[in-house]
Design a protein around this ligand. Sequence first.
Ligand SMILES: [Zn+2]
Length: 364
Amino acid sequence: MKIEHIIQTLEEWTPLSYAEDFDNVGLLVGDKNRICSGALITHDVTVAVVEEAIASNCNLIICFHPIIFKGLTSITGKNYVEKTVLKAIENKIAIYALHTALDNHKKGISYRLGELLDLQQQYILIPQKNSLFHLTTYVPLNEKENVLAALHEAGAGSIGDYSQCSFYIHGEGQFLPNEESTPAIGDQNILTKLKETQLSVIVPKHTKNKVLKALINTHPYETVAYELVAIENQHPDVGLGSIGQLKKPLPLNDFLIHVKQALSVAYIRHSETHLKEIKTVAVLGGSGSFSIDAAKAQGADALITADLKYHDFFRGENTLLLVDAGHYETEQFTKRIILEYLTKKIPNFAFTLSEVNTNPVKYF
Ligand SMILES: [Zn+2]
C-alpha cells in the first residue's frame, strides 16, 4: 500500500480544508508515492520519535502537531525542528500532520476530552464559519433526478445528521445558442424556451471540487448555468471545542477533583469563581484562551483548556471557572483517536502507537 492511500483515508475523515488558516497540515516531509512499510502514530515528532520509526521499520509518521510550522530557510540541524526533519529525510521517512483538521472534527480532540469528563449531549463550541457554499443550477425537468443524485453522491446536501437535502422549483428558462454552439436541446440561432427546474443544495467546502465535477459531468447542457456562492452560515459539524452537561451538578471542589482524575493529572491551574456548582462544561483541547468568550456566550460554568496566561484567568469574571489542565494533558488521547480510525478503515495494516512521551513540560 502506498503512503498516498493512507493519506487519502485520513483526509476522508479530516479534510485539510477543515484546518485553520494559520496551520500547516498535511504531508510535510517525504514522498507519498512510496510503499508504506509501517506507520507510527505520535502526538509530536521529535528526533526520538524518528529513531523509534526507524527501529520499528515505519517510513510514515502520522503526527498531531506539525513539526514544520514556519518556512525553513535551511535544514542543517541547528535546532530541534531541523534535526528532526533532517533525520526523517535522511531515512526516507514521511511526516504527515493532522492538527486543526482533527481539532475541527465534530468528534475530534475536544469531543473526546468531553467524553473523558463524562459530558452529555455535546455539541461544537465554536462552529466553523465560511466552510459552506450554496449551489443553484437549472436543469431540464426530465434531468432533475439524475443531476440531483450525482450532486448528493458527491457530498452536496449533507449537513448535520441529514443528507440528500435539496430544494427545487419549476420555472421557464431560455437561451439562444450561437453558430459555434452544439446545444443539447434546441438549434443554433433559435431562441429556445423550455421548462426547467431550479435546484438548490448546500455544499460543504471539502466537497466543492467533487460536486462541481459531478455537476458538469451529469448536466446535459454544453454550458452549465450555475451559481456557487460562499455563505456565512456556521457549519454544525465542523468547529473547535465542545460543550455539554455533567450528568448531575458537581460542587466546585468535587468538579476540580473530577477533572484531575479524568485526565490523570497531579496539578491543574484554575481561576476564582462565585459558582457553587458546575453543570455546563466547555472543553477545548490544547491552547484555548481564544474560546473564553464563546464558553461564556454558550452559558458554560467551566472551561477546561490549556495555555492560559496570567491575565486570561481574570477573564472568567468569577462566573466562568477557567481550568488550565495542561496542553499535552488535554490532548493526550490524539494518538488513540487516529489509531482507532485507521485500524477501522485499514484493518489489515500495522499501525503502531509511539511510546515516546513527547510532553516538553515537566512538573516538580
Ligand atoms: Zn496542541
